[in-house]
Design a protein around this ligand. Structure first.
Ligand SMILES: [Mg+2]
Length: 329
């Protein structure tokens, strides 16, 4: 692997997620009939502009911006900054936001201790509703993997800590950890594999997940179309799309064609597909077209991803920041 390929895969993680999101937006929960090839037509539940990404990439951008400062995402400082970012985003009135995420963020104030307050609120929501395993933390988890590339222990801890800010259900955190481990393997080795690194998970949760993912690898994403608002089915749907794909387009289209929460499943699938195949494998017109809150576009995501990757590499070598090329536009 060349340095250029390495950076391309890091960039592909954020761009792939954004491209999947914008491709899935028009068809979210059947808001538009899908005839032929999915396209960035806008619309969806948030009435988005063509090429505009939705809440999935908006929330991922919050995490990416914090990660780009080089902070360890497991630290109180980082988690408060992410919590503040989520709260600030919600207070600006996003066009679409998941029910569970809204229940946690509603009425919250930013400031010191905000991560603690969100976690407590997430627990209250879990206790009140009896369920908090929506797909809303998995959809935004890509940048977490980049922040801790090559360090599976840190990846599991950070993915879990960022997930639980809004999603108390342990399965949401486990799903984020599994997907981030897969992104890590894809960036470092170009490998599409979700199961072989599950020994890094806490407890023996891999026992539940391995059969779910083996099942998904045999099925079409549409098998999860009616249930993919649930984090487990969203992960299965995304893996169903990725596992049998011949390339990033094939995988993204399969994720959208699976139906249900199309933008979220395609955003999840897109992060892993982009990590494995690189940002340069995505159509240039898509990379040029994606944009959204907080005033970023696909090229800005490339810059953010490269910065996060540079910090992660520096941390892995425990020394000065090595110079990595900024990806070409
Ligand atoms: Mg969305």
């Amino acid at each position: 692997m060349t340095l250029e390929q390495h950076v391309d895969r890091i960039v592909g993680t954020l761009q792939g997620g954004a491209v999947g999101d914008a491709l899935g937006v028009p068809y979210e929960y059947g808001t538009r009939r899908l005839d032929g090839e999915p396209a960035m037509l806008g619309g969806g539940l948030g009435g988005y502009a063509p090429g505009q990404w939705s809440d999935d990439t908006e929330m991922a951008s919050v995490i990416a911006q914090v990660a780009a400062t080089g902070v360890d995402l497991r630290s109180d400082e980082a988690l408060d900054a992410i919590a503040d970012g989520f709260i600030g985003w919600y207070r600006q009135g996003p066009a679409d936001v998941g029910t569970q995420t809204a229940s946690v963020l509603r009425g919250q104030e930013p400031g010191p201790g905000s991560a603690d307050r969100l976690r407590l609120r997430a627990l209250e929501v879990h206790r009140r509703t009896g369920r908090s395993g929506g797909n809303g933390s998995l959809m935004r988890t890509g940048p977490v993997a980049l922040a801790h590339l090559g360090d599976p222990v840190a990846i599991v801890e950070a993915a879990t800590a960022v997930s639980v800010l809004t999603h108390w259900d342990p399965e949401a955190g486990e799903a984020c950890a599994i997907w981030c481990l897969a992104i890590d393997a894809a960036v470092l080795h170009g490998r599409l594999d979700v199961t072989s690194r599950m020994h890094h998970l806490r407890d023996d949760s891999a026992r539940h997940w391995i059969p779910r993912l083996e099942e998904a690898a045999r099925l079409d994403p549409a098998a999860y179309g009616s249930s993919n608002g649930w984090v487990v089915a969203a992960l299965q749907g995304a893996w169903a799309a990725v596992a049998r794909s011949s390339g990033p387009e094939d995988g993204l289209f399969a994720a959208v064609r699976g139906g249900g929460d199309t933008d979220t499943v395609a955003a999840i699938a897109g992060a892993l597909l982009g990590a494995a195949h690189g940002g340069s494998s995505l159509r240039a017109e898509w990379r040029d077209r994606v944009h959204g809150w907080p005033g970023l576009d696909g090229h800005d995501l490339a810059g953010l991803a490269a910065t996060i990757g540079r910090h992660a590499t520096a941390r892995a070598y425990d020394g000065d920041l090595p110079v990595l090329d900024r990806p070409r536009r």
